[in-house]
Design a protein around this ligand. Structure first.
Ligand SMILES: [Zn+2]
Length: 229
């Protein structure tokens, strides 16, 4: 009968278990010139369970971490997930063993900034200690470390900005001497400003570190008390 003949034509013998299966019992292949795999789904699933990376490489299937994470170790589900248009043309050599760079980077920088801020507070605490003890070598090396740490924070997070300028203390009283004002604020890449603080300084000071330090203390004291502008 023609119908039986048609079914027989559609059947393929698995090169592994050597059992004849219908065509739909074979996954689509990513090997050049091959429409479907030569091993049946059952045999492929077993190989996949044994060592999924070796298996993916052998069958020229890409490993896409993002898709892997949502496929719950389910072979069939993973193969289905990577048929999405952005992955359908990919092969083993195009594997993505990490999630998308920009996503990963954001998390990494948040972690780094958190760590650096703790480090900066620790260093500023040591500065006071070394200053009180008159340990000038330690004091200077700690200032250098603090500056490096702050530079990194500025690079990755809100930047500490600083300016100093001279101003007359009160208008209409010209006999009063000029006073120095020091201003510190934080600014991010979108040029938003927060924690803006202004001090009147009696004496001119060229030491930015002491001002930055002062600001750090102010920040740690004010943490519950937001001063966003
Ligand atoms: Zn088989």
């Amino acid at each position: 009968m023609p119908r039986i003949n048609k079914v027989e034509v559609a059947k393929v013998i698995c090169t592994n278990c050597e059992i004849e299966h219908g065509k739909n019992q074979y996954y689509l292949s990513r090997i050049e010139g091959q429409e479907r795999m030569e091993v049946c789904k059952g045999c492929f699933n077993d190989e996949f369970k044994d060592n999924y990376l070796e298996c993916l490489e052998k069958y020229n299937i890409p490993f896409i971490k993002k898709m892997w994470d949502i496929s719950e170790n389910n072979c069939g589900l993973y193969l289905k997930n990577i048929t999405l248009p952005q992955f359908s043309k990919l092969r083993w050599k195009d594997s993505q063993f990490e999630n998308e760079p920009e996503l990963e980077e954001t998390n990494v920088y948040q972690e780094i900034v958190g760590y650096l801020k703790k480090e900066a507070k620790k260093l500023s605490g040591r500065l006071v200690l070394y200053n009180n003890q008159g340990e000038m070598n330690l004091y200077i090396s700690t200032i250098k470390s603090l500056k490096e740490t702050l530079d990194l924070i500025n690079k990755y997070d809100w930047r500490l900005m600083y300016s100093e300028y001279e101003t007359s203390e009160e208008s209409g009283r010209p006999t009063k001497p000029l006073t120095k004002q020091v201003s510190v604020w934080e600014q991010n890449h979108e040029n938003q400003i927060r924690n803006h603080k202004v001090w009147n300084v009696a004496e001119a000071s060229d030491n930015i570190d002491s001002n930055v330090l002062e600001h750090l203390y102010a920040m740690s004291d004010d943490e519950s008390n937001s001063d966003t502008q």
